[in-house]
Design a protein around this ligand. Structure first.
Ligand code: ADP
Ligand code: MG
Length: 362
């Protein structure tokens, strides 16, 4: 029991947090649980405290505030060998915009805190901010504050984003019900494929992956999109019972929805949306593409659940608005577990980490 000893040194498995690994160490979630239990007290105006993509507070009768913060550490969350400062700033902002999107909110204000080594050039900081502001520009998010410090070991970049949502319209991880359809936006696995390409020594493409597809995957990793308009639409039209953004990978993030909603899930592996580029990448690497879609993190797509009676309306409206939305499964009873239905019809427990590790039948 790691947390029964108060003075035991805490060591996050930083390797599990590197951008290359999709899933975060379970100990990180243990630590958050410990902080939440000990210090996260409820309050009358706190609609959602620790435990969702962002916090929600009832600041005014006609508006709820959404607050989220993220800390990125050099060589843990980003690597300067595979991304420019502009890319790093852009992705950092997207991670927070995506958390606001997952709550169904509108992003409004940004605060940034920076710890930088002494040798840092003004130009590097400029490029990082250029990236952050480029990600925020479509939403007219304004930078309103932050903090700056020296660092004795690499960069640390912390972003706090404040958004708003109409009262009673926020989307949470809890709320999914048995029978709801499970949906995702966009395509999955592209970001991990892009990162793998950036990390591989070879800079050229071989068939079946074309140079254009290679660039598309790299772009999806370095310049992801936050699905703010989908989140706002789902919340305003009351089309979803729960939502989360796919930052750690489908397999892990779906688990959060199931845990908070006290339900199980069945994912149809054949339905997982893949881009042609990701499919070509999997062919080239001779890997199973569903491994990428299940465990690949940092896609920043939304996963949400919609009750059966609203599904035709949601699917129709989504199509009309030009959103790519795919049904990937169904919410089932918690007692049935979190399952994957394979293309041959067999059902297996959905592995927490990797598709290759399918073990046992329910
Ligand atoms: P995300 O992946 O969306 O950034 P996290 O898994 O980091 O979310 O956080 C899950 C929840 O735990 C959120 O509600 C977040 O605010 C909270 N949280 C994470 N770290 C801490 C911390 N050190 N202290 C308090 N709350 C935390
Ligand atoms: Mg999140």
């Amino acid at each position: 029991m790691p947390w029964s000893e108060p003075h035991r040194p805490f060591r996050l498995d930083s390797m599990a947090l590197t951008a290359g690994k999709a899933s975060r160490s379970l100990r990180e979630f243990d630590l958050i649980g410990r902080i939440s239990r000990r210090y996260g007290r409820p309050g009358a105006s706190i609609i959602q405290g620790i435990g969702d993509d962002a916090a929600v507070v009832a600041s005014q009768p006609d508006q709820w505030l959404i607050l989220t913060t993220d800390l990125l550490a050099e060589d843990v969350h980003f690597d300067r060998r595979t991304a420019t400062w502009t890319d790093i700033g852009f992705r950092a902002a997207i991670a927070n915009l995506s958390d606001i999107a997952a709550m169904g909110g509108t992003p409004l204000y940004l605060l940034t805190a920076l710890a930088i080594p002494q040798r840092t050039l003004g130009r590097e900081v400029d490029l990082c901010y250029r990236g952050m502001m480029a990600a925020c520009r479509p939403y007219k998010v304004r930078l309103i504050g932050g903090d700056t410090s020296a660092s004795s070991s690499g960069w640390f970049l912390s972003i706090t984003l404040i958004g708003s949502v109409s009262p009673q319209r926020a989307l949470f991880r809890h709320g999914a019900r048995v029978g709801d359809g499970i949906y995702v936006t966009g395509t999955l696995g592209d970001s991990l494929a892009g990162l793998t390409l950036l990390q591989s020594a070879s800079r050229t493409s071989h068939k079946p992956l074309s140079a254009g597809q290679r660039q598309m995957l790299i772009n999806r990793h370095l310049r992801p999109t936050a699905r703010v308009s989908v989140g706002r639409w789902l919340s305003q039209e009351r089309l979803a019972t729960s939502a989360i953004d796919l930052s750690d990978g489908l397999s892990g993030d779906l688990r959060h929805i199931c845990k908070e909603s006290h339900v199980g899930a069945e994912v149809d592996i054949a339905a997982l949306p893949l881009s042609p580029a990701c499919r070509a990448f999997s062919d080239e690497k001779k890997t199973d593409p569903s491994a990428l879609t299940l465990t690949g993190g940092r896609d920043y797509e939304l996963l949400f659940t919609t009750p059966r009676r609203l599904q035709p309306k949601m699917e129709h409206m989504g199509r009309k608005r030009g959103f790519r939305i795919t049904r990937i499964g169904t919410i089932i009873a918690a007692s049935q577990g979190i399952l994957a239905r394979l293309p041959d019809g067999r059902r297996h427990l959905l592995p927490a980490t990797s598709y290759e590790h399918f073990r046992g039948t329910p």
